[in-house]
Design a protein around this ligand. Structure first.
Ligand code: TGC
Ligand code: FAD
Length: 392
């Protein structure tokens, strides 16, 4: 892979909207990605393996629970810092950002928000350092966009719960130490349970043959009469709103992350367009290639503004789920379009691992699907503006 010469685009001088602390946090994440992720990520993506050696560094840059209070081991940062960290990690690779998102927003967040004090003290500090890795089990083979239909269930056996069912497409599953699992009780009410590796009847087979997010480990969660101690139930929230509340936090991070992937594709294509000579001039001097670059930087700038504003609203606890949904949908679609255009700008070189673009493009095909598909997010906006649900 080529050396990482990345220069972050900031066409509207949006750095002016950030505090010195934001810039410091962003720049240290950026430097870490350049030093630790860029040199190895292509190799790990090609061999379809998550680079576990990145875990301590991810913890150090605040990639695990950036907004979780310091008393539980988190970095206690604001939402814009969280977003900037996700942006920089995904600039390196969406799969690495996935690990960070899942750990922060889908494992630490529910334990922090819906757990009790014992659960917070037991799990959060170890998750913050990466000593423990978690995963989040919501999706099932027959219930993806419609998680409310889930069939995974648990029964109260007096001194423990008995968990049965299966989850599919679970990031981090193959090596996670714990899983936050969403299942129905005997009354059909959804609850979160913390399932630990090693519990009898719990297995996590890996999903192979992915063309996307190859540097992220994906797997199933199988529960065959798993005895879950009663103290592992998250007591403070139940119903479908509980897992969906975690998704708000993760989708927000993805909205920022996708900008990182888009900026990397744009920056690579821009540099290539100045260096690549065809018909005796740089391809960047041709109108068609300039059109592509002009549209890319315009869309990146719009996404940066949308996301920064969303961060301000989140800091003030005013962002709605529908606003987060819009940013996730818009920014991921924007990044995917840019990756496809940038790939073409590199001609044949664009399909090789010499450049990051094709890897970003393939990764974004998952990002546009997970955490709610593009179409589901369109329907969320549609429902928000009309008041009618078009899902059912
Ligand atoms: P609906 O009747 O609309 O809602 C049920 C209850 O949930 C509440 N709610 C939310 N609460 C918090 N945050 C949100 N975003 C919420 N959306 C809805 C709602 O108010 C209601 O509460 P209550 O008290 O009235 O019961 O539910 P529905 O069954 O009609 O479904 C709505 C729909 C389709 C929007 C939802 O199910 C959905 O978002 N589907 C997409 C599924 C999804 O995103 N799955 C993601 C799985 S995790 C993942 O992909 C991780 S990838 C990780 C990585 O690698 O980065
Ligand atoms: P479906 O729900 O079967 O959708 C198929 C198609 O139908 C989509 O285009 C969808 O938009 C469309 N569709 C569905 N319903 C409607 C409707 N009402 N109207 C119009 N169109 C509709 N899940 C987790 O729980 N934890 C994880 O860590 C996790 N990680 C993932 C990692 C990867 C790499 C991938 C690919 C997925 C991951 N997921 C995870 C699952 C992900 O959230 C689901 O794939 C996603 O929610 C879509 O569900 P589905 O794949 O079953 O598609």
């Amino acid at each position: 892979m080529k050396p990482d010469l990345y220069q972050s685009p900031d066409y509207y001088q949006l750095d002016d909207l950030l505090t010195e602390e934001h810039k410091l946090i962003r720049d240290s994440a950026r430097a870490w990605v350049k030093k630790e992720v860029s040199p190895i990520i292509e190799e790990y993506a090609q061999k379809a393996e998550f680079p576990k050696q990145l875990i301590p560094g991810l913890a150090e840059i605040g990639g695990f629970g950036p907004y979780i209070p310091a008393e539980y081991g988190g970095a206690g940062l604001d939402q814009i810092s969280y977003g900037l960290i996700m942006q920089e990690i995904e600039r390196g690779d969406s799969g690495v950002r996935s690990t960070s998102s899942v750990q922060s927003s889908l494992v630490m967040y529910p334990i922090w928000k819906y757990g009790n004090e014992e659960q917070r003290n037991k799990y959060l500090p170890k998750l913050a350092t990466g000593e423990m890795i978690g995963c989040f089990g919501l999706t099932e083979p027959d219930f993806g966009s419609n998680p409310g239909g889930m069939v995974t269930n648990f029964k109260d056996m007096g001194d423990h719960y008995l968990l049965n069912g299966a989850k599919m497409w679970i990031s981090n599953a193959p090596f996670a130490d714990i899983a936050v699992v969403w299942a129905k009780n005997e009354e059909g009410r959804i609850h979160g349970l913390i399932v630990e590796r090693g519990m009898a009847g719990f297995s996590t087979p890996e999903t192979h043959n992915k063309w996307s997010l190859r540097a992220s480990a994906t797997g199933e969660l199988i529960f065959d009469n798993v005895k879950v101690p009663k103290e592992n139930l998250l007591p403070n929230k139940s119903g479908l709103g509980a897992p969906l509340g975690c998704l708000d936090s993760a989708r927000y991070g993805i909205a920022w992350g996708a900008i990182g992937a888009a900026m990397d594709c744009y920056d690579t294509a821009l540099r290539y367009s100045k260096e690549r000579i065809q018909f005796d001039k740089p391809i960047g001097a041709t109108q068609l290639q300039q059109k592509k670059l002009a549209e890319m930087i315009t869309e990146i700038t719009k996404a940066q503004l949308l996301t920064w504003r969303l961060g301000v609203l989140r800091n003030e606890n005013r962002a709605t789920s529908a606003q987060i949904s819009m940013a996730k949908r818009n920014n991921v679609a924007m990044a995917l379009d840019i990756a496809r255009e940038a790939r073409q700008m590199l001609g044949g070189m664009g399909i090789t691992g010499e450049y990051s673009i094709m890897r970003h493009m393939m990764n974004l095909e998952s990002v546009v699907t997970y955490e709610g598909t593009h179409d589901i997010h369109l329907l969320i906006t549609g429902m928000d503006v009309t008041g009618f649900s078009a899902f059912k």
